[in-house]
Ligand binder design. Structure first.
Ligand SMILES: *Cc1c(COP(=O)(O)O)cnc(C)c1O
Length: 377
């Protein structure tokens, strides 16, 4: 271990520092928010409508409907797509739990397929073996900002008459071939939780679709089954976006491509320094990864975490336990060994700090810390 580390000792690098971004956007955000207080309209107003239009245009789709969170986006789009009691929905066990929770909210059963060892995304070649007469939909998750191989997913879905709901919570602006993710399947679901690539200053979510029936159903579902007329066509939910979040998001949306380019630049720097020591993220040909997370894989993870921590550098394990082994899903009857690639990933992955404002000297320090930790074995 190198000893001349004193100058690093007071360093602190967290996974994400949103205050840096706010400093750059402060004037625009204050200007966007101020009129809302005077308008007296705080939920589902003109900023929400404008944001919906702008996000639909960004993705080149007909409709965008805002909701209260990414979890709600998944839940309400499954419901709107007609998925319900005793249906089966195929997804990945290596994701944030919200993906699978949403499936249970409509009374359906999550059916997992294992991931690809390198991309960490759902392996399309394993989908068909899981399709039964009850299967209604597939939820591909563009994990960490990496697009799922959607070509085969769509082909399988079409052949079996299944709906495809994309979980884009970590992948705003990612592209597969010439398509922005979210506009490929029947619906795309986004989260605006503050830490996401496009993050609000509170909770929020969005569904995009070209399907008029999904659009109509979600518009009603998010507002107690009614338009503004107090005529309730069915039992719905309270899942609306507020004006302040929409105004913040409209300011940030103007910069999202720049933010994503900066994330990619940071990822390239990490990879250039780390690729001999650990397994770095890969990009499939024809895809545009937006690095919501920069996730390495190493069998010597504990050592890396310790070395980073000693220098005040954060790192996080996304995700330490695949969903099929979570207590919450014990009722599904899965066991250890059912999804070996997901289990292997859980033992080896480590996400490093990444956000558009992270400086190259910080990235180099993080990478050097990892290299030092692994070379002193
Ligand atoms: C964040 C996230 C969600 C849920 O979004 P919320 O806005 O937190 O409800 C769903 N799926 C994935 C993959 C996520 O990362």
């Amino acid at each position: 271990m190198k000893t001349g580390t004193d100058r690093y000792n007071r360093m602190h690098i967290s996974m994400l520092d949103l205050t840096r971004q706010f400093r750059g956007l402060k004037r625009d955000i204050k200007k966007a928010i101020e009129p809302i207080f005077r308008s007296g309209r705080f939920v589902l107003g003109e900023n929400v409508e404008a944001l919906e239009r702008e996000i639909a245009d960004y993705h080149n789709v007909r409709y965008a409907i805002s909701v209260a969170s990414g979890t709600d986006a998944l839940h309400l789009s499954l419901r709107a797509a007609g998925v319900g009691e005793d249906d089966e929905v195929i997804t990945t066990p290596f994701t944030f739990i919200a993906t699978a929770e949403a499936i249970t909210y409509v009374g359906a059963r999550p059916v997992f397929v294992d991931i690809d060892r390198h991309t960490l995304n759902m392996d399309p070649s394993k989908i068909e073996g899981k399709i039964t007469s009850r299967t209604k939909a597939i939820i591909p998750v563009h994990l960490f900002g990496q697009p799922v191989d959607m070509g085969p997913v769509m082909e399988i879905a079409r052949r079996h008459g299944l709906r495809v709901i994309e979980d884009c919570a970590q992948a705003f602006g990612a592209r597969y071939r010439d398509m922005v993710v979210g506009g490929i399947g029947d619906a795309g679901c986004f989260s605006f939780y503050p830490s996401k690539n496009l993050g609000a200053y509170g909770d929020g979510g969005m569904i995009i679709t070209n399907d008029k029936e999904i659009y109509r159903a979600v518009r009603l579902l998010r507002n107690h089954g009614a338009n503004t007329d107090y005529k309730h066509r069915f039992i719905g939910f309270n899942s609306r976006l507020d004006e302040i979040q929409a105004a913040v998001l409209r300011v940030k949306l103007r910069h999202i491509d720049t933010f994503n380019r900066r994330r990619r630049r940071i990822a390239r720097l990490y990879t250039s320094m780390l690729s001999d020591a650990v397994e770095c993220p890969v990009e499939l040909p024809g895809t545009y990864h937006v690095y919501h997370q920069y996730t390495i894989k190493t069998a010597r993870r504990a050592r890396v975490i310790k070395a980073l921590r000693e220098r005040g550098i954060s790192s996080v394990i996304y995700y330490p336990l695949p969903l099929h082994l979570q207590d919450a899903f014990r009722y599904l009857g899965y066991k250890r060994g059912d999804f070996p690639e997901s289990e292997r990933a859980s033992r080896r992955v480590l996400s490093l700090p990444i956000y558009p404002e992270l400086r190259p000297d910080e990235v180099r320090l993080i990478a050097r810390t990892i290299l030092d930790a692994l070379s002193s074995l």
